[in-house]
Design a protein around this ligand. Structure first.
Ligand code: PGA
Length: 256
């Protein structure tokens, strides 16, 4: 993946109408028209993808899906295939988000989803993160294990399609019980890089962008990108606000 900062907006289960989705996408698109140093991508609910692609298509604002199934076609009620997502304009997919893990995605499913998305040419944001933090640093083993299990059989030559989002579960959403610091992120991203370099050739592993996610907003985006050396940000709530998300894009564009 290029060295551009990746700013990803995870809309989760919002908004509830196509009209609102279109307004949000169009507003963000307008403000991403001049981006040069930043890759902007939004992850709307899958039901809106086709409309956004048809009415709002933009070379400066990519579309992604919030999850994907590992099979391509068949009797899998309620699932969405990578082929379908490709056909409605998604170029990226989030896999292993803590909310998808909480509603049942296992490490094994995450692994096969990644391999299937990879085969179908998607850029993947693999989310990892611990549920609780302990002072002894035992939580780091959770990150290592999530990475190792998710990346079984991942071909090193396809590392260009992978980004990791470190999202401590306790720092996500309106019920977050704490805030991660840029220093904390930096420390954990080093552990993540080290783990990747144990799985893959260290030179290739170094190229995988590490994003931060969990209560990112206008107020702290710059500190994670500058002091935390994050290669990008995965933004939840503040990606639903045109002004805030556009401001985060502007901040990313400015940082070196
Ligand atoms: P948040 O969500 O920014 O609302 O904390 C981030 C995420 O879950 O990706």
């Amino acid at each position: 993946m290029a060295t551009k900062k990746i700013i990803a907006g995870n809309w989760k289960m919002n908004p509830v109408s196509t009209k609102e989705a279109l307004a949000l996408y169009s507003g963000i698109k307008k403000n991403s028209a001049r981006l040069k140093q930043t890759t902007a991508v939004v992850f709307p609910p899958a039901v809106f993808l086709a409309t956004l692609r048809d009415k709002g298509v933009s070379i400066k604002l990519d579309l992604g899906a919030q999850n994907v199934f590992y099979e391509e076609i068949g009797a899998f009620t309620g699932q969405i295939s990578p082929l379908m997502l490709k056909n409605v304009g998604a170029k990226w997919v989030i896999i292993g988000h803590s909310e998808a893990r909480a509603s049942g995605d296992t490490d094994l499913e995450i692994n096969v989803k990644i391999l299937s998305a990879l085969k179908n040419g998607f850029k993947i944001i693999l989310c990892i993160g611990e549920k609780t933090r302990d002072a002894q640093g035992k939580y780091l083993a959770v990150l290592q294990e999530q990475l190792e299990k998710a990346l079984v059989n991942f071909p090193a030559k396809k590392l260009g399609q992978l980004a990791i989002a470190y999202e401590p579960v306790w720092a996500i959403g309106k019920d977050a019980t704490g805030v991660e610091t840029p220093d904390g992120f930096l420390h954990n991203s080093i552990v993540i890089k080290k783990t990747l370099s144990q799985i893959f050739d260290p030179k290739k592993a170094k190229t995988v962008p590490i994003l931060y996610g969990g209560s990112v907003g206008v107020k702290n985006a710059e500190s994670f990108l500058v002091a935390g050396h994050a290669d990008g940000l995965l933004v939840g709530r503040e990606s639903l606000d045109i002004a805030s998300f556009s401001e985060i894009l502007k901040i990313a564009e400015k940082v070196k």
